[in-house]
Structures are given as structure tokens and as C-alpha cells.
Design a protein around this ligand. Structure first.
Ligand code: F0G
Length: 467
């Protein structure tokens, strides 16, 4: 059989609403052309994020009913803890309400001003939490990770020679931990190889630096290793995951991704003394250590989700459906980060709209047009999100890449939904010459992408060229 099917049948459905092009133009204008400001009911296919948007299984919903809401010592916690220990192999498991809470607890415990934390590429909350603790976050992606058109198997890897020079430059004492984000979200959802993880771990160990994994999409990364790395095709995903985490001293996890849950996360470590300090902080801001900011029912849903995410027919379908979207639009000439990532396809907006300069926000144009065309909501990952103003000269500095992320929620959309997405994206690409840029009408001093208001520099929704 050639067709890779969705390995589930559907028991509960949630209607999605078709809107007209006129309605969508109206919604866009009301939202100041910022899709974060749309109402999700007005979105047909929501590819804003794969975080917290998974469809839960019947077993997870059964877990929700089983959830025990005791303040302390709930059996739901022990089921959660046992599952996490079994899969990841760490001794101490600290539940948090989502990934960034785990980050805040970790970094505020181990980082001080003057410290430096390297990562293949920090996610924005990771960077912000390191900076909030007074330390500096440094990205060390491999050079091919920054070339969208180049297909390589492990573009999420860390640049090990640069890690060595960073350690030589600042000294191991200034590096309280090193991180690896699997898969590398900001770098295009690209996986990290086991060889790279092993090498980074050896470098860290030889300098006494603990290695932490940002584990959000650990199962997708492990399945890429099974498919692409020599020596792993006969191993089970669970064995690969065990090996991957055996090289690390701890991890942070957002269960909103590969936990297949709508909320939740955890922090894990083998260091008993550190875990004690982290639990003290947890009690202060998240909750008692046997629930830490989650309800008992959430702990149950995650315990089941972490088992289901390792099922290989699920992972085969998961990576195939993202690849399907990427390969179909790419075959029609739409430029994307190659190869497609584990959770998302990233359109290269700079190559999609070469006539729109970076400071006229080409990614913002692609995002607006995708919504207008098909009610599809993606997210700009370019100058809107990562550009900045030079405080001395007042000059606007563009981001390194102009990307638009189309993140696929887990187990939510079927192949015909993806076919529809392909048609809409290809149609926007066909009429790209008639699409112009945008400028900011309002921007907040930090994290401006969430609340910005934009003004188009062309007639959005104007006559469609060639129609
Ligand atoms: N690390 C990575 C790699 C992430 O992608 C995210 C979240 C987090 C940490 C933080 O986890 O949201 O549970 O606090 N990424 C989402 C996204 C928001 O859309 O990529 P959180």
C-alpha cells in the first residue's frame, strides 16, 4: 500500500466555518492585518501553532475522567511521573503548567548575570527566560541550517566547533548549562542527529557543563533519526528516545507539543540537590510538587499522550502529512525551507516575494494573503517577529530570514484539508506579482508581533491579476 493514512477514526467533530473573501478582508482590516488579532472562529484552517492544539484520543479523554484532583499525592501525578521516568529516564520530574514555566524555574535557579547559555537555536521564550535571569542566550546553529533551499537530513544540529570556541572564549564556569532544542523549531522544525547530540554531550561533559534537552518535539526528532541516521532503522522509537536522553542531564518539556495535550509541561533532572531547589521555587509560583500548575486530569492526559506519541504508525502519518504539504507546494514552485520540518512547513517569503524588501515585511504579506485566499492562518517568523530597532541610530534591522510558518496541529486535519491548503497557497503564489508590502502602524516595544497593527502598501484584496 502506498497511501499513508490517518491512523485513527473520528468520534467527535468540530465544525469549521467557511467565510467569503469579502468577510475575510473585513476581518483582516478590523484586526489591523495582524492574524493574532483574529477570532479563531473566523479561521478555516488554523496553522498558527502546533502547541496545545492537538486532538486528544478516546484514551486521553478517559484519563481526563480518571483524573484525581487531590492537592497532594494524587495517583494521577504518580502515573504521570512513572511515564516520564520510563520514557525519558530522569530521576526527578517537576510538573509545570507549560514549557516556559519549566524554563523559568530552571534558568532562575542556575543562571546569574554574566552567564552564557548556548543552544542550537533558542526558542523565543527560552531566550527571554535566560535574559530575564540576567544571562546571555547564544545560538549556535550549523551553517546549513541558515540556507532555506538546501535539503540536508539534520539541519537542526549544533555547530560543535563554535561551541568549543565559545567555551574557550568565556570559560566553562560562565556556562551553567548547554541546551539542544529537538527539533529545532526556530530553525525550521529541523531535526538534530544522534551523532550531534552525542558529540555536544561529550564536549559538555569534558568541561563539566550540564546538557539539557528542550524536548518539546522529541518524538518527531526521534523518528527522523530512525528514518535518516545510519544504524537506527531497526531500533524502536522508544529505544532511540532513551538513548537520546541518556546523553543529557535534564530536560524542559512543553506537553502541548509531543505530549499530545492541550496544556502542561515538566522539568526533569538527575541532580537531587538542584531538584530540591527547583521544587521550592515551584511551590512559590506554580503549585505543590505533585501537580505544579496542572489539574490531575491534565497529568492523566499527558501520561497517555506521551505513550501514544511514540506509536510508529502515528509518527509515520505525522511526518508524512507535513511532508505532503511541503512537497506539494514545492512541486508547484513555492519556495520553502528544505526539507519540510517535523511539525511545520516554512515558506521562504523573501524568495516568494523577491520584489518586496525585508523592511516592507514580505512574510506579513504572505500571511495576510493566505488568510484572504483560503482562511488559512500561518505565522510570520521574520522581520516582524525578530527584526529590531537599533537604539542608537533608530535604524530598523531586518531578521536573518523571512519565513512564514505553517504549523500542523496533531491529529486535527485530514488529507483533504491539506489538499485545500495546497490549492490556496499555490493560488497566492500564482498572483504574487500583484502583492506588495506592509508597514507598522503600531508596535509595542517588546514582542511586537503579538499586538502590532499593520498598514498595507498595496491594495489588499484588489483585482486578482490574471483572474
Ligand atoms: N521550546 C520550544 C522549542 C517551543 O517551540 C516552545 C513553544 C516552548 C519551548 C515553550 O513552550 O508554549 O508550552 O510555554 N512553542 C510554541 C510554538 C508556542 O508555537 O512554537 P510553552
Amino acid at each position: 500500500m502506498k497511501t499513508i493514512i490517518e491512523p485513527f477514526k473520528i468520534k467527535v467533530v468540530e465544525p469549521i466555518r467557511m467565510t467569503s473573501r469579502e468577510e475575510r478582508l473585513d476581518y483582516l482590516e478590523t484586526a489591523g492585518f495582524n492574524v493574532f488579532r483574529l477570532r479563531s472562529e473566523d479561521v478555516l484552517m488554523d496553522l498558527l501553532t502546533d502547541s496545545g492544539t492537538s486532538a486528544m484520543s478516546s484514551q486521553q479523554w478517559a484519563g481526563v475522567m480518571r483524573g484525581d484532583e487531590a492537592y497532594a499525592g494524587s495517583p494521577s501525578f504518580f502515573r504521570f511521573e512513572e511515564t516520564v521516568t520510563d520514557i525519558f529516564g530522569f530521576e526527578h520530574v517537576i510538573p509545570t503548567h507549560q514549557g516556559r514555566a519549566a524554563e523559568r524555574i530552571l534558568f532562575s535557579t542556575v543562571c546569574r548575570p554574566g552567564h552564557v547559555v548556548p543552544n542550537n537555536t533558542h526558542f523565543d521564550t527560552t531566550r527571554a527566560n535566560i535574559e530575564a535571569a540576567g544571562a546571555q542566550a547564544v545560538d549556535l546553529p550549523v551553517p546549513e541550517g541558515l540556507v532555506p533551499s538546501e535539503p540536508r537530513p539534520f539541519k537542526g544540529n549544533m555547530d560543535v566547533p563554535r561551541l568549543r570556541s565559545l567555551i574557550a572564549e568565556v570559560g566553562a564556569e560562565a556556562i551553567p548549562l548547554c541546551m539542544l532544542t529537538v527539533t529545532n523549531n526556530t530553525g525550521g522544525g529541523q531535526p538534530v542527529s544522534m551523532a550531534n547530540i552525542r558529540e555536544v554531550s561529550e564536549v559538555c561533559q569534558s568541561h563539566g557543563i550540564p546538557l539539557y534537552i528542550d524536548a518539546c518535539r522529541f518524538a518527531e526528532n526521534a523518528y527522523f533519526i530512525k528514518l535518516r541516521e545510519d544504524g537506527y532503522s531497526q531500533k524502536t522509537v522508544k529505544e532511540i528516545v532513551r538513548e537520546l536522553f541518556s546523553y543529557a542531564d535534564g530536560c524542559t518539556m512543553s506537553a502541548k507539543k509531543d505530549g499530545l495535550a492541550n496544556i502542561g509541561g515538566f522539568l526533569a533532572t538527575n541532580d537531587a540537590w538542584l531538584a530540591k531547589r527547583e521544587r521550592d521555587l515551584l511551590i512559590l509560583t506554580e503549585g505543590y510538587p505533585t501537580y505544579g500548575g496542572m489539574a490531575g486530569r491534565d497529568l492523566e492526559a499527558i501520561a497517555v499522550g506521551l505513550e501514544e506519541v511514540l506509536l510508529e504508525d502515528y509518527l509515520e502519518y505525522r511526518l508524512a502529512s507535513v511532508r505532503y504539504l511541503g512537497e506539494h507546494i514545492s512541486a508547484e514552485g513555492v519556495p520553502i525551507v528544505q526539507p519540510p520540518g517535523g511539525h511545520a512547513v516554512y515558506i521562504d517569503a523573501a524568495a516568494f516575494l523577491p520584489h518586496v524588501p525585508a523592511l516592507e515585511l514580505p512574510g506579513q504579506s504572505v500571511v495576510s494573503e493566505l488568510y484572504l485566499e483560503g482562511g488559512i492562518r500561518g505565522v510570520e517568523v521574520g522581520t516582524v517577529m525578530f527584526g529590531r530597532k537599533d537604539l542608537d541610530t533608530g535604524e530598523d534591522i531586518p531578521a536573518a530570514m523571512e519565513l512564514v510558518r505553517l504549523a500542523m496541529p496533531r491529529r486535527v486535519y485530514t488529507q483533504s484539508h491539506v489538499d485545500f491548503m495546497v490549492e490556496a497557497i499555490v493560488e497566492v503564489h500564482r498572483r504574487r506579482d500583484g502583492i506588495g508590502g506592509f508597514r507598522f502602524a503600531y508596535q509595542a516595544p517588546a514582542l511586537r508581533h503579538f499586538t502590532a497593527v499593520f498598514e498595507p502598501l498595496y491594495q489588499v484584496g484588489g483585482p486578482v491579476p490574471g483572474a
